[in-house]
Design a protein around this ligand. Structure first.
Ligand code: ADP
Ligand code: ZN
Length: 723
């Protein structure tokens, strides 16, 4: 008998020893008894012979004959576990596709394909009044398509309807898994001539092939960053190597995918949160087998194994969706740096508004710094201006001056985008008689009024309730809304501009698979003149006919307790401005504010993000904040706030260290959520390692504290927000 070290998905910071007849290779899964359960664990290597071998349990089953994770991926899992102080078993669990976590076979799974049936022209004739179905049929008729690929463009309903009519039929195939299969189809399509700055960037990245070389590609919105990625990966693919591209949650559009697929004439593996487990596993397997040249995905795609790694790209690297906010709280961008390093490949971090972390690394020459300062194809820069709303008459949150500017743009036949940072009708419901606000009692925050559904919703915990007829405190019927959300602006705009068509784009209105896609293409087909929406509108979409961007109000961010608020505000404003004036039409952006003299706004508007960000870096250095110092947060929450507070108070004693300053317990920015009171300890140091060492040292004792089992607590390394 031999002893093996197994990582098991349980919240304990240790590995476990089991007995086995033969040593499976590290990276193979095994089924093991754990307590009274059977769990799927992963073999890490041989274990030392324990003193008392009689208690050591046996591996029930060796699931894989060959390792699922290679050395590099296993090493990354170890790094994640150490750096984020997260149990190795849970790290590996997170890194695997769901079906493999459950012990499913790693053999290629059958994939569902669609193929056309019968006479397409006849069918198309019958589909005259179902445009989407006709489009879908046409696509399938050009070439058989995977269900997962088809669903990135069309909704399940459209596909189901076609199947019901007998115009298309499913076909189940096992992937062939031939390494570098894409080379057979590889052909570089037509491409624009890069401008001088693009050429410099493409050459620098392309020449770094075969070695670890991180780059920050800092390019203003619409400067042709994607074009740089496309041309820089050409040689990588031609050599038979694979490219992994990470994009923000909402930035993964069929247009992005097809831009890559069309340029090179190859399949692109797509990984996003709405994929079902089977399709996800199929992409994972094809990437691992080296069959896919390009894999594009959101945060967790960074765990995709690659047989022939060639390059990693993180687009919109500043985006907050790259940081996971529960469980293993990793940052996919930071993991990408580690991964590129261990795979020996170039890494490109691209953004118009780089995070201060990446910018700092570039300015310190740790990253190659590439610039695109001009918009591609002759588009001119968006003019950015502040609109002083003090003493102006306001209608539906818009100042008279603003409404006039909107009128001018609309009169010229252009589109206007109105950004509001809140969805719903109004962020609060107040009693006009006694001032009482209708709050969610679990979160102690005002309910948001959603008029379209006639209900109140808590945006912190999701609780809903009907709109009350009377004030619960004084009984009067004089309830009124306070503040404005997207629904109210929508209502207001239809009164102000009754002859213009408008569309609201927020997370309420884009529910459903390809709804956002359809809305965006309708906007670009100029079916609407007014666009109202939230953050979704700031994320990388091209709106060639928008010439005016209106930002309703973002004064709150100027006075936020979160030190990152000004960075986030600047990124948002700059990204929004970037939506206007893409094509030949010059664009402008107006920001309504009660604080036109505020130095942050002044600097941003007049000097642009790059200057603003460098100023902010100086301020962070003076204030001793990230990226100049490192942070970690220990959070605790409990229905009884006293317990959470005491837990952190005790933990703090254990975390004391000369090189680390620990603040707290402090209330989190959202002090109460879902009925639990929330507190945090903030650890900060000039030495990243000191925080890690101290946490590592103290965690066993913290875990052993009696209070540790009475509260929900977690460790967050490099926290990105303090809510
Ligand atoms: P970004 O990724 O920075 O938003 P894109 O690569 O999407 O920019 O480019 C914006 C638009 O400009 C696209 O329509 C693209 O095809 C076009 N474009 C990019 N580079 C060039 C170039 N060198 N010449 C002409 N058009 C270009
Ligand atoms: Zn709530």
């Amino acid at each position: 008998m031999i002893f093996v070290e197994v990582a098991v998905p349980v919240p304990l910071r240790q590995v476990f020893t089991y007995q086995c007849e033969q040593l499976p290779e590290p990276g193979c899964r095994v089924a093991v008894p754990f307590g009274n359960r059977q769990l799927v664990g992963m073999v890490l290597g041989p274990a030392e012979t324990p003193n008392d071998t009689s208690k050591i349990k046996f591996v029930t089953d060796v699931i894989d004959r060959t390792p699922l994770l290679n050395d590099t991926m296993l090493r990354l899992c170890h790094w994640l576990s150490q750096y984020y102080l997260h149990p190795i078993g849970e790290v590996i669990h997170t890194a695997l596709p769901v079906l493999l976590r459950k012990g499913g076979s790693a053999e290629p799974v059958e994939e569902k394909w669609w193929q056309p049936v019968g006479d397409i022209d006849v069918h198309l004739g019958a589909l005259k009044r179902s445009k989407r179905q006709a489009e879908c049929l046409q696509l399938v008729a050009t070439e058989a398509l995977r269900d997962s690929e088809l669903k990135t463009v069309f909704s399940s309903t459209v596909i189901r309807e076609l199947e019901k009519k007998g115009f298309i039929a499913p076909d189940y195939r096992k992937p062939s898994l031939q390494p570098a299969l894409w080379l057979e189809h590889f052909a570089v399509g037509s491409k624009p001539l890069p401008d001088r700055e693009q050429s410099v960037a493409i050459t620098a990245i392309s020449q770094a092939r075969g070695q670890f070389a991180p780059f920050l590609l800092e390019g203003v919105t619409g400067s042709g960053k994607t074009e740089v990625y496309l041309q820089a990966i050409e040689d990588v693919l031609a050599e038979g190597k694979q490219v992994l591209i990470l994009v923000p949650e909402i930035g993964l559009t069929p247009q992005t995918v097809s831009r890559f697929a069309q340029r090179f004439g190859i399949d692109v593996g797509v990984l996003h949160s709405q994929l079902n487990d089977k399709d996800r596993l199929a992409v994972w397997q094809r990437a691992r087998a080296g069959e896919l040249g390009i894999v594009i995905g959101t945060r967790s795609a960074i765990f995709t194994p690659l047989r022939f790694p060639g390059m990693i790209i993180v687009d919109e690297e500043h985006d907050e969706s790259f940081k996971q906010q529960d469980g293993l709280r990793y940052h996919a961008r930071d993991l990408a740096v580690m991964r590129a390093n261990s795979e020996n490949v170039p890494l490109v971090l691209g953004s118009a508004t780089p995070s201060l972390e990446s910018l700092n690394n570039a300015l310190a020459n740790k990253y190659g710094h590439l610039h695109l300062t001009q918009r591609a194809g002759g588009a001119s820069k968006t003019l950015q201006q502040l609109l002083d709303v003090r003493d102006q008459r306001m209608q539906f949150g818009l100042a008279d001056g603003m409404i006039n500017i909107m009128r001018q743009h609309l009169a010229m036949g252009n589109q206007v985008l109105v950004f509001v940072n809140r969805r719903g009708y109004a962020p609060a419901l107040l009693c006009h008689h006694c001032g009482h606000s209708v709050d969610c009692h679990r979160c102690e925050r005002p309910f948001t009024v959603h008029r379209s559904q006639h209900r109140l919703q808590c945006h912190h915990c999701g609780a809903v309730k009907p709109v009350p007829a009377r004030c619960e405190q004084c009984g009067e019927t004089s309830l009124m809304t306070a503040g404005v959300g997207t629904e109210q602006i929508e209502e207001g705009l239809s009164q102000l501009f009754p002859d213009k068509k408008q569309i609201r784009i927020d997370s309420d209105s884009v529910r459903g698979k390809d709804k956002l896609q359809r809305m965006l293409s309708d906007v670009n087909a100029q079916k609407y003149q007014l666009l109202v929406g939230t953050q979704i509108l700031s994320k990388g979409h091209h709106f060639p006919h928008v010439t005016l961007v209106v930002i309703m109000d973002c004064d709150g961010a100027l006075f936020s307790a979160d030190f990152r608020a000004s960075e986030k505000l600047a990124q948002l404003v700059t990204q929004l401005a970037g939506r206007a004036g893409r094509a030949s039409k010059p664009g402008e952006m107006w920001l309504q504010t009660h604080n036109p003299g505020h130095p942050l706004l002044q600097d941003l508007i007049h000097n642009g993000y790059d200057h603003f960000a460098r100023q902010l870096l100086d301020e962070r250095q003076l204030a001793g904040l990230p990226p100049y110092q490192s942070q970690a947060v220990v959070r605790a929450e409990a229905a009884n706030g006293e317990l959470a507070w005491s837990f952190l108070q005790q933990a703090r004693q254990l975390l004391c260290h000369d090189a680390v300053r620990t603040h707290g317990p402090l209330p989190c920015l959202i002090e109460k959520r879902q009925g639990r009171f929330r507190f945090m300890l903030v650890m900060q140091s000039t030495q990243r390692n000191a925080i890690n060492a101290q946490l590592r040292h103290a965690l066993p004792n913290i875990t052993a504290m009696p209070l540790a089992s009475k509260v929900r607590w977690s460790v967050d390394v490099d926290p990105s927000d303090f809510s």
